[in-house]
Design a protein around this ligand. Structure first.
Ligand code: MG
Length: 181
């Protein structure tokens, strides 16, 4: 059985505007043009999943229930836009957290690859032919350690780009690349 191609997506700064610790619906705004981008990626055959660090829970800025309500809202809106997201993985832990339930290190927290490995397993994805789109170097590091063949950094400024990372400025640039993976 041939394996799936996956497009793994960071959330803040990729799906929604990164307002910093976005944990509630009132602070959540979709990025402009994200819906047609995701529909097209799906049309290309990529299965979509979202992988997000949510240390705001460990830090007590918002609760796991807030996050889950926000996720339900996000997925409902996307469904109405005909976008199928397979699942959302989130890491609530942080070793400097104030909530003792989540104040610890986690293999799921990017730049560690736990969420990437879990997503690849759940999707039965071919990691070499899959892509990760994120807006931070920690996303790229998690993707690399998780064996993802195509690592795309969505950013407007050009940081020092590590080897093996493609910088993209727009969703259209991402789609151009996805055609060839
Ligand atoms: Mg981000």
């Amino acid at each position: 059985m041939s394996k799936n191609q996956a497009l793994l997506l960071d959330r803040d700064g990729v799906i929604n505007v990164d307002n910093g610790y976005v944990g509630t619906i009132d602070r959540f705004t979709f990025m402009p043009n994200v819906f047609p981008f995701l529909r097209t990626a799906r049309d290309y055959g990529y299965r979509l999943a979202i992988l997000t660090n949510q240390a705001g829970v460990a830090r007590g800025y918002y609760s796991k229930e807030d996050f889950e309500a926000l996720t339900e809202h996000m997925l409902n809106v996307m469904k109405k836009e005909s976008i199928e997201i397979e699942f959302v993985l989130a890491c609530f832990e942080h070793d400097e957290g104030t909530d003792p339930a989540y104040a610890r290190q986690s293999f799921w927290r990017k730049p560690k690859p736990g969420m990437v490995l879990e997503a690849v397993r759940r999707l039965n994805a071919d990691p070499e032919r899959s892509a990760f789109l994120g807006d931070r170097l920690t996303d790229m590091q998690a993707a690399e350690k998780g064996g993802i063949g195509h690592r795309l950094l969505l950013t407007q400024d050009l940081p020092e780009v590590p080897a093996g990372v493609e910088v993209v400025k727009t969703y259209d640039e991402v789609l151009d690349l996805l055609n060839y993976f």
